[in-house]
Design a protein around this ligand. Structure first.
Ligand code: DCM
Length: 150
């Protein structure tokens, strides 16, 4: 999703509103359905293109993380989803941003790659072999637990 300028406490890069810690949040979905996790293949930037991620994006001014992540999933995948609890560690990003994952359930629709190269469902046994974007690798232990417990 294109970079947008916000109206809050802009950091040096003008990344928009910040949370109470002064950081802008990027939220990503650990969407599990029928025991499998949804992954999406990035198209940009070049160093991440072709690698797989938990879909999501930047939370915009005035949105809760749940609202923003639901919006991103609607835009990127064409689905309606229910955002639940946090999953795994938070990952610091450049420009005063922080990346957080949330357990997500599919409410309606079938995910399609509207802004990604492809989507795929992976089982717990496949997760270790996927070429995940570096940031998302920190979540693998928590994702294994999520997939194992159901
Ligand atoms: N990002 C990430 N892992 C995700 C989602 C996003 O590392 N599962 C990073 C990539 C960008 C930033 O967050 O640095 C913003 O994401 P996007 O470019 O998709 O808006």
């Amino acid at each position: 999703v294109a970079q947008q300028l916000g109206h809050g406490h802009d950091g040096p890069m003008g990344t928009g509103v910040s949370d109470r810690d002064g950081r802008r949040e990027v939220a990503a979905a650990a969407l599990v359905d029928s025991g499998r996790l949804l992954l999406a293949q990035r198209v940009s930037p070049p160093e991440l293109a072709g690698r797989w991620e938990l879909p999501g994006g930047k939370i915009e001014p005035g949105e809760t993380p749940a609202e923003g992540l639901s919006r991103e999933l609607r835009e990127e995948l064409g689905i309606e989803a229910v955002v639940g609890h946090r999953v795994g560690v938070e990952v610091p990003l450049p420009n005063e941003m922080v990346l957080r994952a949330y357990a997500v359930e599919l409410k309606s629709g079938v995910p399609v790659a509207l802004e990604h190269a492809a989507v795929r469902w992976v089982g717990v046994d496949e997760l270790a072999d996927v070429d995940l974007v570096p940031n998302d690798r920190a979540w693998v232990p928590a994702l294994v637990e999520l997939l194992t417990r159901g």
